[in-house]
Design a protein around this ligand. Structure first.
Ligand SMILES: [Zn+2]
Length: 581
């Protein structure tokens, strides 16, 4: 390539190097800082889905095309990344992420994948022994099915392994906590402690707190666990590294479910990393708005956050609402009673009128709203609120989102497309494991369970899908999510043909859900989500070609290289990267 430039007429060479080439000149006027070549590039650009190479100048894509066309952007300073024929995709966006909690969890007892109470006890015991100076033993990731019929934890199992220090273990979904007797003593929880609003201290037959804290009762203990700023920054650095390693270039952070630090200080932490040049993941951060009412201060704070942070790396100014809980613990709000317990309907955390008023107030100010809604009643209320706000305020294209949408009535499915409401799903939540098929499906009952996570029905009726993980609820690796989105099967292939197979999506749809669809859900599709000229240079190189491997092998995907804004932020040792020679 150097030779070709040297053979250009001097005038044209000067023009090229100085960026002064006259309009209409076919030779590229800009030179690439980086070229990714010899690749199978799936662009997620419908006009040109496939290419061999990408030219990058600074943090932007200069061109996507054939090897020859992209070679023309090369000069002696261009770094050339040879992908060796591997699949290159736009970097992935996780549309529903809890960066603070997930990063903190990396420094705690990891209970993900524990199959029995004994296994939890072993991990807690081992962690306690390895961390004799830790004043709290905290952990995350246990699941309800290890408790059998009871489906709820008990303090006695933790008291068997740790008595000298408080133990605080958050369930995999973040909606129930499991504590030992010492933790309850530290928090002052006794049989006389009343349930807090939107929270339940689970009690045994004699009225004694059993060690399970549902929903906001978690705060009684959780609010006593603190980390220093340095500990938080150290945890965040771990989280950023893991995210980049999994192929993530942006995450959309949903308001905290655990009050570790308030949202204001979260933004300060992110900003500190940005200023130090350590932020390697683009962030769009929402603030949590709690019931019973949206206050003037909360409105001012979210508007201020949007004005302060609106860059490509760090943006804020969306509002997150929790409308209900989860189906496993009967806290998701249903239109008709739970099938396993007809006395329960779940409940809304917000008064319907107050929630609608809050949504309209934010919509009027241009603030995007994310609403957690899992039961069919909560999903309907969120759709109603968004519809009413758009009508009252005459707003358009706000792209308010509903998070999770685990159950839905048939008549509400087409409303996503009709109203332009984003369906924010976490495909791995629908993995047909024991928790889903035994606890979730039993509670929901056969009719509602037949409309569990209706991805394809929402898409077919014009709804836009945004995919994510809800990390640390499940792994942050999107490849497990992509696999479940296309198979709806467990890793060992069950059930045959997939659970509710009509709701599976194609591989292209799954990739779009984590790229262009996710970008659209955060108003970023003009600069992110596909590999196109002018967009940000965020891309990944994979070790296997998703379009060629069996769907059951997608979860094994390894990311070999992650680039954000033209800079390599993660590179596997397996990826030999050459430079311009
Ligand atoms: Zn979440």
């Amino acid at each position: 390539m150097r030779q070709r430039i040297a053979m250009l007429p001097v005038a044209q060479l000067v023009a090229v190097l100085c960026g002064l080439a006259p309009a209409g000149l076919t030779a590229p006027t800009a030179k690439a800082t980086v070229i990714v070549t010899n690749a199978r590039v799936y662009t997620v650009n419908a006009k040109r889905p496939w290419a061999d190479a990408v030219a990058i100048g600074g943090d932007r894509i200069l061109a996507v095309g054939s090897r020859e066309a992209i070679d023309a952007f090369r000069n002696e300073n261009t770094r050339v990344i040879d992908a060796h024929g591997r699949l290159v995709l736009p970097g992935f966006t996780d549309s529903h992420f809890h960066l603070i909690e997930g990063s903190r969890a990396l420094t705690q007892v990891d209970l993900n994948g524990t199959a029995s109470i004994t296994e939890v006890q072993q991990r807690v015991k081992k962690f306690a022994a390895a961390h004799p100076d830790a004043s709290w033993i905290t952990g995350r990731g246990w699941s309800y099915d290890i408790f059998g019929e009871a489906a709820l934890p008990d303090k006695k199992y933790l008291d068997e392994v740790v008595t000298d220090r408080p133990v605080y273990l958050v369930g995999y979904d973040g909606h129930t906590s499991w504590v030992n007797s010492k933790a309850m003593a530290v928090a002052g929880i006794t049989r006389d402690t009343p349930d807090p609003p939107n929270g339940w201290i689970v009690r045994d037959a004699k009225g004694e707190p059993s060690g399970a804290l549902k929903e906001d009762a978690d705060d009684l203990v959780g609010s006593r666990v603190h980390a220093t700023r340095e500990e938080q920054l150290a945890a965040l650095r771990l989280g950023l590294r893991q995210a980049n390693q999994a192929g993530l270039v942006r995450v959309i952070c949903l308001g905290n479910s655990i009050p570790l630090v308030d949202d204001g200080s979260n933004l300060e932490l992110y900003d500190e990393l940005l200023r130090k040049g350590e932020l390697t993941l683009r962030l769009y951060v929402s603030s949590y708005e709690g019931p019973p009412t949206l206050t003037k201060d909360e409105i001012a704070a979210v508007v201020q956050a949007k004005q302060t942070y609106h860059g490509d790396w760090l943006a804020a100014g969306a509002a997150k609402f929790y409308l209900d809980g989860v189906i496993e613990s009967h806290t998701a709000a249903m239109l008709t009673p739970y099938s396993d317990d007809p006395k329960q309907l779940g409940s809304l955390r917000w008064d319907e009128g107050e929630y609608k008023r809050a949504v309209a107030e934010l919509d009027r100010r241009g603030i995007q709203v994310f609403t957690h809604a899992i039961g069919d009643r909560a999903v309907r209320l969120a759709l109603d609120a968004y519809e009413a706000a758009a009508r009252t305020n005459d707003t358009h294209d706000m792209r308010h989102r509903i998070e999770h949408i685990e159950t839905i009535t048939a008549q509400d499915i087409p409303r996503f497309g009709k109203l332009g409401v984003i369906a924010s799903y976490q495909p791995l939540h629908a993995e047909p494991n024991d928790d889903t098929l035994k606890v979730w499906a039993r509670n929901a009952g056969p009719d509602r369970a037949s409309r569990g996570w209706t991805w394809q029905s929402v898409a077919r009726t014009g709804g836009r899908l945004a995919f994510g993980s809800d990390w640390p609820v499940v792994t942050l690796s999107p490849w497990y999510g992509v696999q479940n989105a296309v198979t709806r099967q467990t890793l060992d292939g069950k059930p045959e043909g997939g659970w509710l197979p009509q709701e599976r999506v194609s591989l292209e749809q799954a990739i779009e859900g984590y790229t262009l669809g996710a970008a659209f859900s955060g108003h970023r599709e003009t600069t992110e989500g596909s590999l196109e000229e002018g967009k940000l240079a965020d891309l990944i190189v994979l070790d296997q070609d998703l379009f060629k491997v069996a769907p059951s092998a997608i979860h094994k995907t390894k990311v070999l290289l992650t680039m954000v804004g033209g800079k390599v932020v993660y590179q596997s040792p397996e990826m030999a990267v050459g430079s311009a020679q």
